[in-house]
Design a protein around this ligand. Structure first.
Ligand code: SF4
Length: 278
């Protein structure tokens, strides 16, 4: 009997919607092929983000789900990305650049979410139940951000066995997200949304709607100095008071009708689309 070699492993995902260079990166490298022949063991990242780690001093552990943003997986995960001009700054690679292992992992999770929805949601629910207990044992409260790098309407994603979304299934967990979708409705009480601003002109009507709705609005400024100056001068932005959003990522405790000031990091610092302000 012939042994099956790793290179003959069947992929667990349909990768035909990915760009050709990414398909080749998966098929042409043994470790990548192996990665895409199985399901992720873990979906959530905990303690992997410097800002959320700062929340631990307030007794809060933050779990984040990182998926592949915008059209990076061949399926649109951020409906407003093009209009808001945030796709470029958000995607780690453009054109023919090779994907890092981190991005391959996000891509695999996104394919898993889109192609095995029921299994994904059950795994997510089980992982959250485990993490909630673990956090409690250590004296922390767990909060969860499912759109770490996506903009999914989670309120519309039901768990396979029930007519309930993940927030309704786990009502004692606080969920939160940033979103560029100004028209999200029927948001469960334990799901807090912060509207995410973009300075791109085409996006202005959506930003105006969020202001009119009295939302809390996150704005990414070019650098820390701009935020410091605004805070020192008591400046407003969009006619709203400005608060510092960099100390922690515990957004659900911030007031509504305010601008949460963040500053650009990494590739976003060089953004010229208008997404970053300043
Ligand atoms: S900034 Fe948000 S909406 Fe824009 S591409 Fe990134 S995750 Fe998607």
């Amino acid at each position: 009997m012939l042994m099956q070699t790793k290179s003959e492993l069947a992929l667990a995902y349909d990768i035909s919607a990915l760009s050709l260079d990414i398909q080749l990166q998966i098929l042409g490298r043994e470790p990548n092929r192996s990665l895409f022949s199985r399901f992720p063991k873990k979906l959530l990242g905990i303690g992997t983000n410097t800002k959320t780690i700062k929340g631990e001093k307030y007794g809060i552990k933050t779990a984040i789900l990182y998926l592949m943003p915008a059209m990076g997986s061949g399926v649109q995960m951020c409906a407003m990305a093009k209009i808001a001009g945030c796709e470029g700054p958000c995607l780690f690679t453009s054109g023919r650049g090779a994907m890092s292992n981190v991005m391959l992992s996000r891509l695999r999770k996104t394919l898993y979410f889109n192609q095995y929805r029921e299994q994904f949601m059950l795994q997510l629910q089980n992982e959250l139940i485990r993490e909630r207990s673990k956090a409690k044992r250590r004296g922390y409260k767990l909060i969860v951000r499912l759109n770490g790098t996506s903009d999914i309407r989670w309120e519309n994603v039901n768990i396979g066995y029930a007519y309930a979304n993940i927030m309704q299934a786990l009502p004692d967990i606080q969920f939160y997200d940033y979103t560029k979708l100004a028209n999200r409705k029927h948001i469960p009480a334990n799901y807090d949304l912060t509207f995410s601003y973009s300075g791109v002109p085409a996006y202005a009507p959506f930003a105006a709607k969020a202001v009119a709705n009295g939302e809390r609005i996150a704005v990414v400024f070019r650098d820390r100095a701009i935020i410091n100056a605004m805070l020192a001068n008591g400046d407003t932005f969009l006619g709203l008071p400005v608060v510092d959003g960099e100390d922690t990522d515990i957004r659900h405790l911030d007031s509504r009708g305010a601008v949460v000031a963040l500053y650009a990091k990494g590739k976003a610092r060089r953004d010229q689309s208008g997404f970053v302000v300043g």
